[in-house]
Write a protein that binds this ligand. Structure first.
Ligand SMILES: *Cc1c(COP(=O)(O)O)cnc(C)c1O
Length: 226
């Protein structure tokens, strides 16, 4: 049986090499890209070994699952950085603001409002991304691209949210690159600097197209348990 800690380290080195290569090809600096290790629905042992290997930046898509996993060990790793990358319900806003360090999924006014209230209450200012539904998919969360710039203004002016960038999840079974290019254009228009885009299958394209936050799960940890 292969040692899990070793396997996690090898995967990480492989991803790092691919990130560096994509940066070189795009004449970008590795330091301008954050690698978020997406730990949702992964075996706790894989996460533990990654922590031991020095990984500190993780992404989760479910507030309850993330709380159960991270709350007990958060104090042991003061430099941990947790990113919420899944859609938010208003009744989870308090837990989300207390656990996470960055929120990628502000996608409607109601959520902007409750997150803003919670941040005031907890005296926190978490950097937030707005999720944009670049594929106009009815089942997917995210603001429609044509409303994105106005929604940025609403979030910043009416709710004082620290909006730092846009996030997207391109439609499955489609070339992601046009979506990445589109999101990049939308962000420039809205005056935003950061882009949360790119997953295991397409993070190199995302880097080429300006991503600053790549969210990589299965390529780092292996297949999820469900
Ligand atoms: C699960 C998930 C990822 C990671 O997906 P992989 O294909 O395993 O890299 C990235 N972003 C979001 C929003 C996710 O839900």
């Amino acid at each position: 049986m292969q040692d899990i800690k070793h396997k996690m380290a090898i995967n990480h080195i492989d991803i790092e090499e691919r990130i560096q290569r994509a940066c070189d090809q795009a004449s970008r600096n590795r330091k301008d890209i954050e690698l978020i290790a997406v730990s949702k629905r992964q075996d706790p042992e894989r996460i533990q070994k990654s922590l031991e290997n020095g990984v500190r930046c993780f992404g989760e898509n479910q507030v309850q699952e993330a709380l159960a996993r991270w709350q007990p060990i958060k104090a042991l790793y003061p430099d941990l950085c947790l990113h919420l990358i899944g859609s938010l319900q208003s009744n989870k806003a308090a837990d989300a603001v207390s656990l996470f360090d960055v929120i990628h999924t502000i996608d409607r006014e109601k959520i902007a409002k409750v997150i803003s209230l919670e941040m005031k209450k907890q005296n926190k200012q978490l950097p937030c991304f707005i999720q944009v539904n670049t594929g106009y998919e009815s089942q997917k969360s995210g603001i429609e691209p044509r409303f994105a710039a106005d929604f940025v203004k609403l979030c910043m002016n009416d709710y004082a949210l620290p909006i730092v960038g846009f996030m997207c999840i391109p439609p499955a079974n489609e070339d992601a690159s046009p979506h990445f290019a589109f999101l990049n254009k939308l962000a420039s228009k809205a005056g935003l600097k950061l882009l949360s885009m790119g997953m295991s299958a397409d993070f190199e394209d995302a880097i080429r197209l300006g991503s600053t936050h790549i969210r990589v799960g299965s390529a780092l940890f292996g297949d999820r348990t469900s």
